[in-house]
Each structure stands twice: as C-alpha cells, then as structure tokens.
Ligand binder design. Structure first.
Ligand SMILES: Cc1cc2nc3c(=O)[nH]c(=O)nc-3n(C[C@H](O)[C@H](O)[C@H](O)COP(=O)(O)OP(=O)(O)OC[C@H]3O[C@@H](n4cnc5c(N)ncnc54)[C@H](O)[C@@H]3O)c2cc1C
Ligand SMILES: *[C@@H]1O[C@H](CO)[C@@H](O)[C@H](O)[C@H]1NC(C)=O
Ligand SMILES: *[C@@H]1O[C@H](CO)[C@@H](O)[C@H](O)[C@H]1NC(C)=O
Ligand SMILES: *[C@@H]1O[C@H](CO)[C@@H](O)[C@H](O)[C@H]1NC(C)=O
Ligand SMILES: *[C@@H]1O[C@H](CO)[C@@H](O)[C@H](O)[C@H]1NC(C)=O
Ligand SMILES: *[C@@H]1O[C@H](CO)[C@@H](O)[C@H](O)[C@H]1NC(C)=O
Ligand SMILES: *[C@@H]1O[C@H](CO)[C@@H](O)[C@H](O)[C@H]1NC(C)=O
Ligand SMILES: *[C@@H]1O[C@H](CO)[C@@H](O)[C@H](O)[C@H]1NC(C)=O
Ligand SMILES: *[C@@H]1O[C@H](CO)[C@@H](O)[C@H](O)[C@H]1NC(C)=O
Ligand SMILES: *[C@@H]1O[C@H](CO)[C@@H](O)[C@H](O)[C@H]1NC(C)=O
Ligand SMILES: *[C@@H]1O[C@H](CO)[C@@H](O)[C@H](O)[C@H]1NC(C)=O
Length: 524
C-alpha cells in the first residue's frame, strides 16, 4: 500500500511540476509583489520607490486602496448630501510634540490637509439605566492605579520577567472593579476595552501598557478625530500618488489572491480570476484575521512556528454603529457618553456625538461603539434588532426626552468582511516577544507586514505604516546589494522553539523602531 502510494506520488510529481511550470510561464513577472493595498502595502511600495526600485505590483482585493481606512456615505445634510463617515480607523493617535518624534500619520495628515478635531477624552458624561449619573470619580481611581501599574509593567519588561493579564496588573495596583458593580465595569470598559477591544483579562499587561506608552508618551497623548469628507484614506491615496501614475498597471484592484507559493528563490501568487504573478520577493500585508481564517492557501503550508504565532495573536472586533435622527436630543457640549447597563458589561456602552461644534454640527448623528461579544452579537442580528436595542438604551439614558426613531442607521459587519475578518490586533497575555517575532518573520522570500506585525504600534494605523516601511527597506537593501555577505540582513529572525521570553538585546535589533524601542523608552 505504502509502496503504491509512493509510486503514485513519484508518477504524479513530474506531471504536477510540469503543470505548475507551464502556469508560471503565463504569470506576470515583477520584482516585488505587494499583497494588499492598505497602509502597510502603500508604505512598502513608497519605500521601494524611494529606493529607486519601481518594479513592483500591488494586488488588492477591493476596488480601491486604503484597506481598513474605509469610509462610506451615511445619512444626509440639509441639501440632501450624505456625510462621509469612517467604518474603520477614525483617530490619528499620538500626534507628537514639536521637536519630538512625530507620528508619521500626523505628518501625512498635515501634508494632505486632513480635517481632524481634537478628541477630548475628559469631555465625557456618565449614565446608567436611570439617566445621567456622575460616577466619573471611578475614572480617577482607575487613572491612579494605572500609573502605578504602568511603572510596574515597565520593570517586568526591562527585567525580562513574566507577563500577566492586564486584569492582574491593574488589580495589583488597586483597580479591582467588582463583577456586580456595573458602573465600575463601564469605567473598566471605557478605560481598557475602548482602545484594545478586548477585556483586561484577555490582554497582555506588559505589551498593553507598552503599546499605549509608545504611542501616547512616545509621540504625545493627543488624539484627533478625522472628519475629512474625502475620508481618512485620502492620506493613503496621497502617498500612492507620489509613485503611481493614473491607471498604473502596477496596481491591480479587484484582485482576490487565493494561493501563495513561496520558497527561497521566489513567490508565485494565484488569484481567484485565474491570473497569477511571479515575483522575486513578496510582502503579505493581509490582516491577522485573513491569515487566521485560512482565506488564502500557502504552499508549502506555513511552518508550525508561523502558524502558532498567527493563531496565538488575537484579532479584535470594534464596531461603530451610526444613527441619524431628525433632531439632536442629546447635549451638544459633550463628546462622549458612557452608559453602564445594569446587566451586561459592554452593552452599547459608549455614544459619541457628531452633531457637535467642530464635528458635523446640525447633523443629528450619534454613534455607539461595541466590542468583542457585543460586536459579534450585533453582526448576527438584523439591523432592526440592533436598532431597537439601541433605542431602548437611549430612552433610558435620556428619560426626560422624547426620543424619536432614527431616520438612518448603519453598521459594518467586520468579522464577515472577507478582506479583513475583524478590525485590528491585540496582544494577549500568552504571547511573548519571541512568538510575536515569528508573526513578523519572513518565510523564504515572503515577508509579512501590517499593523499586527508591529511589536510597538500593533493595532494602529501608524503601526501599518512603520511595518510597510520596514519590509520595503529590508527588501530594497537585499536587492541593491547592501546585504551581500551579511546573513542577518537576508531575512528576519524566527524562533523554531519558544522559550517563553525574548532577550531585549535581541529585540532592539528589530527594524522599524523609530528610535523608540521599549529599552530606550524605559531608560530615558
Ligand atoms: C473599526 C476600526 C477602527 C480603528 N481605529 C483606529 C484608529 O482610530 N486609529 C488608528 O491608528 N488605527 C485604527 N484602526 C487600525 C487601522 O485601521 C489599521 O491598523 C490599519 O488600517 C491596517 O493597515 P494594514 O495595511 O496593516 O491592513 P489593511 O488595511 O487591512 O490592508 C490589507 C489589504 O489587504 C487586502 N486583502 C486582504 N485579503 C486579500 C486577498 N485575499 N487578496 C487581495 N487583497 C487582500 C485588503 O483588502 C486590504 O486592503 C482601526 C481599525 C478598524 C477596523
Ligand atoms: C519616501 O520619501 C518621501 C520624501 O522624502 C518621504 O516623505 C516619505 O515618508 C518616504 N516614504 C516612506 C514610507 O518612508
Ligand atoms: C484644507 O482644508 C480646509 C478645511 O477643509 C480648507 O478650508 C482649505 O482650503 C484646505 N487647504 C488646502 C491647501 O487644501
Ligand atoms: C477637555 O474636557 C475637560 C472636561 O470636559 C475640560 O476641563 C478640558 O479643558 C478640556 N480640554 C481641552 C484641551 O479642551
Ligand atoms: C510606561 O511609561 C511609564 C511612564 O513613563 C514608565 O514608568 C513605564 O516603565 C512604562 N511601561 C512600559 C511597559 O513601557
Ligand atoms: C484611466 O482609465 C479610465 C477608465 O478606463 C479612463 O476613463 C481614463 O481616461 C484613464 N486615464 C488616463 C490618464 O489614462
Ligand atoms: C488555492 O486556494 C483555494 C482557497 O484558498 C483552495 O481551495 C485551493 O485548494 C488552493 N489551491 C492550491 C493548488 O493550493
Ligand atoms: C466638550 O466638547 C464640546 C464639543 O467639542 C465643547 O463644545 C465643550 O465646550 C467641551 N467642554 C469642555 C468642558 O471642554
Ligand atoms: C422628529 O420626529 C418626531 C416623530 O418621530 C417628531 O415628533 C418631532 O417633532 C420631529 N422633530 C423635528 C425637529 O422635526
Ligand atoms: C539600499 O537600500 C537601502 C534601504 O532602502 C538604502 O538605505 C541604501 O542607501 C541603499 N544602498 C544603495 C547602495 O543603493
Ligand atoms: C548586517 O545587516 C544588519 C541588518 O540590516 C545591520 O544591522 C548590520 O549593520 C549589517 N552588518 C554589517 C557588517 O554590515
């Protein structure tokens, strides 16, 4: 039996090899194939262009570039024209201070005149099922505990000690929200889940704190909300315009990649429409969700160490649900409205007014954000079910108002978008730097880049920019000969065996740090 199989295999092989060979002869040829046209892909292409390497191709599933910087028309203004709202990323986070490092997304925002408004997280009012109730003192308690916890997390990182859950780290610093205290649970959600889209129990203490540090202390703690009617992605289009001509054949839209064959000598990409591309190198920028959901087949199968890192990191879901009314019945001098549901943590917990000076005054638009369980639940529900649940919450929050039904209603279903499968990554407590390095490492001539591969800025748009740039630089160095005879620059380090930690000295060699390694940051 075994012999027969072996024989069949031997007979089948040359034939299969021949088929592959013939197919590949028909493939388009390029030096670098960039898989995905989101921020990471466009930053990688611009980096290659900056290094005078213009033989690349960008393959993109959707009919436009931008990826998770995704906007749509919603509602209408007095002239009947829709507002442009962001389904995906919405804030430039951590702008930077004069003289200090600037967030590259903020630099781009200035170059392309992106309209943004200062987002004031202190401008928040608290509610429960009986209406307005001031429990903001809980936020002060959290903030005090967080400062203590953050310093402790820094020590764990520097001394290479064991990570914990953020829940443990915060509890040890004194923040211990009781399970039945729904106001404390609402504050816990606002302070942690609103950023990470997972609970403190599901998040790494050390990397959760470090990630926040690197963006909000590394640049600055100012976040600006994007209201540009061209969409947030206008900065990505702006970047692309520096190297793509109109109708450039190097950009292939509406192209769903289904199979990627990689080796030490090249990468072949097959698409759903039967077309294919053969490249010397490729950069895969698909979201962690796309990788986790086996939406693309790799040949050979990705190695164990790579698969484990893909399944080990977590893809969050953060869903904004938009409502337009015929009037603004909520206060317009407040940016954020936190709601503590009496029964469930995270049940329509946070409303944001767009019908406010500086945003879209007079728009009568408000949106509510749900994460994780309640985001997935909303995805399974009909629009009408979700709408009626939200209306019940709003009527509890504003018992003195006659709250009309909305005139428009919209939300994305992120986990079923086949080009995203979720919103952005989060660092769970079971993942070490070593395992994350495996997520980032190349397999043969196939590189990986995107928000999730950033050890410093995972989850953020600027993380995608840094990672695209890093992959582009590494490949251009190999191509231009700077790497000759230098094995450390021919590929990224990976760990076939995990040891539960990573020496920081190793880690500080990673490219894409902007001089802000954890080590540098903590020894300032
Ligand atoms: C709801 C939400 C809110 C967010 N809020 C913020 C925020 O306020 N601030 C912030 O800094 N960041 C935020 N982010 C994160 C930010 O949007 C991402 O980090 C960033 O856009 C990711 O860029 P990327 O290039 O890594 O991935 P992507 O943008 O996902 O790019 C990958 C590209 O690959 C394409 N692709 C996927 N599969 C295939 C395939 N099979 N074939 C061909 N192409 C394929 C996709 O269409 C996509 O264009 C948010 C994200 C979401 C979703
Ligand atoms: C490419 O070069 C331009 C001009 O110097 C610079 O503004 C841009 O940031 C570079 N792109 C990347 C991704 O580094
Ligand atoms: C920048 O945007 C603002 C507000 O949208 C607009 O008034 C201004 O004309 C723009 N400037 C440029 C140079 O595009
Ligand atoms: C932010 O809001 C708080 C409270 O609403 C207010 O005290 C503070 O001045 C605001 N900050 C800025 C910079 O507007
Ligand atoms: C975070 O920043 C604080 C304040 O600067 C610092 O004390 C701490 O070590 C940092 N923690 C981590 C994990 O980077
Ligand atoms: C680009 O393609 C569109 C649609 O095919 C066409 O209308 C347009 O003229 C082209 N532009 C250029 C500059 O070739
Ligand atoms: C190509 O990918 C598709 C879907 O991802 C898969 O069903 C198919 O088996 C793959 N083909 C090969 C030759 O790997
Ligand atoms: C809160 O924000 C709103 C909208 O930007 C603004 O009108 C109001 O003055 C702010 N309140 C404080 C106290 O800063
Ligand atoms: C909004 O609609 C409600 C009925 O749904 C109505 O009672 C109310 O007067 C309307 N408000 C305005 C400003 O038209
Ligand atoms: C090769 O590319 C790297 C990265 O883009 C660049 O820093 C370096 O100057 C280039 N070297 C040569 C010789 O072109
Ligand atoms: C080898 O490449 C690495 C990574 O690019 C670089 O840091 C190092 O300086 C290079 N070594 C030599 C001897 O050029």
């Amino acid at each position: 039996m075994q012999l027969r199989l072996a024989l069949l295999g031997a007979l089948a092989l040359p034939c299969a090899a021949h088929v592959v060979h013939r197919d590949e002869g028909q493939c388009k040829q390029t030096t670098v194939a960039i898989l995905g046209g989101g921020m990471a892909g466009i930053a990688a292409a611009q980096t290659l262009h900056n290094a005078s390497m213009d033989d690349f191709m960008i393959l993109e599933y959707r009919d436009t570039i931008g990826g998770r910087a995704w906007h749509v028309p919603f509602g209408q203004n007095e002239e009947g024209k829709p507002y442009i709202i962001e389904m995906g990323c919405n804030w430039v986070q951590g702008l930077g201070v004069p003289g200090g490092p600037q967030n590259p997304v903020w630099t781009l925002a200035q170059v392309y005149n992106l309209s943004t408004v200062y987002s004031n997280y202190s401008n928040v009012s608290t509610y429960n099922e009986n209406g307005y109730k001031d429990y903001s003192y809980l936020m002060d308690l959290y903030d005090d505990a967080y400062d203590t916890a953050a310093a402790h997390a820094g020590m764990i990182l520097l001394d290479n000690l064991q990570d914990q859950t953020a829940k443990t780290g915060l509890a040890m610093a004194g923040w211990r929200p009781k399970e039945h205290d729904m106001e404390a649970q609402a504050v816990d959600w606002w302070e942690w889940d609103f950023e990470d889209a997972y609970t403190p129990l599901e998040s790494s203490f050390v990397f959760g704190v470090a990630g926040t540090n690197l963006t909000s202390n590394g640049f600055s703690d100012q976040d600006n909300f994007v209201i540009d009617q061209r969409g947030f992605s206008t900065i990505i289009h702006g970047m692309a315009s520096t190297f793509l001509r109109p109708n450039d054949t190097r950009l292939s839209l509406n192209t769903q990649i289904t199979n990627i064959s990689y080796s030490d000598s090249g990468v072949t990409i097959h698409n759903a429409d039967g077309s294919c591309v053969r490249a010397a190198y490729a950069i895969c920028t698909f979201s962690l969700g796309v990788l986790q959901n086996d939406a693309v087949t790799f040949t050979p199968s990705l190695p164990q160490w790579k698969q484990e890192s893909i399944q080990g990191f977590t893809m969050a879901t953060y869903t904004k649900i938009f409502l337009q009314f015929n009037e603004t019945f909520w206060p317009t001098d407040t940016q954020y409205f936190l709601y503590a549901d009496p029964y469930a943590r995270g049940y329509y917990p946070l409303f944001q007014s767009l019908s406010t000076e500086g945003f879209f005054p007079g728009s009568n638009i408000i949106f509510v954000t749900v994460t994780e369980q309640y985001a997935w639940r909303a995805e399974r529900q009909s629009d009408d079910q979700t709408k009626s649940e939200i209306m019940a919450v709003l009527r509890k929050m504003f018992p003195d108002k006659t709250v009309p039904d909305p005139i428009d209603f919209l939300y994305p279903r992120w986990t079923s978008e086949p080009w995203a499968y979720g919103t952005y990554s989060n660092w769970p407590p079971s993942v070490t730097l070593e395992m994350h390095e495996n997520l980032r490492a190349n397999t043969g001539r196939l590189w990986f880049a995107g928000e999730a591969t950033s050890p410093t800025y995972f989850g953020f748009l600027h993380g995608a920019w840094f990672e695209g740039q890093a992959a582009g630089k590494e490949i251009s160095r190999i191509l231009n000969g700077t790497c000759a005879g230098n094995s450390t620059c021919a590929g990224r380090k990976h760990y076939a065996t995990l040891h539960g930690t990573t020496p920081l000295a190793d880690y500080s060699l990673v490219d894409g740090w902007n001089g802000n390694s954890f080590y540098d940051f903590n020894t300032d």
